[in-house]
Design a protein around this ligand. Structure first.
Ligand code: GLN
Length: 193
C-alpha cells in the first residue's frame, strides 16, 4: 500500500534527507515547489536552510500565502531549524522583510544558541518518544525565547525548548534528518499528522 503523501518544501535547504526519512517511516514524500504540488499533499515538512532566503523564495514562488492557508485549515506541519523560524509567531534578529506563518506560539531568536557555538550535538531525552535519548544536531540553530501556554515542550537543552508541539504543528531547532534515527519523523506521521 503506498504511503500517505507528505510534502517537503523544496525551495532551498535540507530537502533530500527529509524525503528519505519520510520514506523510511512509510510515507510517500513529494517535493513541493509550487501551489499545485502543495494541493497534492496532506502534510508538510519545512526543512532547515536559511530562513531569510526561504522567506524570499516563498514570496517569489507565490507559495507563502497558500502554505499559510493550508496550515490555518489544519494541515500538519513539521518545521526543523529554519523551518521552525518560518512557523514561529515572532522572529528576533530576523531581516525586516522576513515573514513567518505564526503557526506556533513561540518567539525565536536566529543564530543565537550559546553565542560562541555555531553548531553542536546533544543527546536529548524526548517526552513521548520511548527508548534512548535522541541524538540532535544543531546548526546555527534558533533559540526559543518564549513558548506560550498552549505549547507542549517535548525536549530542551538546559532551560531552552528545542522540540515543541502545538496541535498539528511540530518544530525542532535541530536537524532530525541528519541522523539515522527515524523516531521523530515517525512521531510526526503517527501522532501529529
Ligand atoms: N540560521 C538559519 C536561519 O536563520 C537556520 C539554520 C538551519 O536551518 N540550520 O535561517
Amino acid at each position: 500500500m503506498p504511503g500517505r503523501k507528505v510534502g517537503v518544501l523544496a525551495l532551498q535547504g535540507a530537502v533530500a534527507l527529509h524525503q528519505r526519512a519520510l520514506a523510511d517511516a512509510g510515507a510517500s514524500p513529494r517535493a513541493v515547489r509550487a501551489a499545485a504540488e502543495l494541493d497534492e499533499v496532506e502534510a508538510l515538512v519545512i526543512p532547515g536552510g536559511e530562513s531569510t532566503t526561504m522567506s524570499m523564495l516563498l514570496e517569489s514562488s507565490g507559495l507563502f500565502d497558500p502554505v499559510g492557508e493550508r496550515i490555518a485549515d489544519g494541515m500538519p506541519v513539521f518545521g526543523t531549524c529554519a523551518g521552525m523560524i518560518l512557523l514561529a509567531s515572532d522572529i528576533l534578529d530576523g531581516r525586516p522583510d522576513q515573514r513567518s506563518w505564526a503557526a506556533i506560539d513561540v518567539d525565536v531568536r536566529r543564530n543565537a544558541f550559546g553565542r560562541q557555538v555555531d553548531s553542536f550535538e546533544a543527546d536529548l531525552p524526548v517526552a513521548e518518544i520511548a527508548g534512548d535519548p535522541f541524538h540532535a544536531v544543531f546548526i546555527r540553530a534558533p533559540v526559543v525565547e518564549r513558548a506560550g501556554d498552549g505549547v507542549d515542550v517535548l525536549a530542551s537543552v538546559g532551560d531552552r525548548p528545542v522540540l515543541a508541539r502545538q496541535g498539528r504543528v511540530l518544530v525542532s531547532s535541530f536537524h532530525p534528518e541528519l541522523t539515522a534515527d527515524g523516531r521523530l519523523h515517525r512521531y510526526f506521521l503517527e501522532e501529529v499528522a
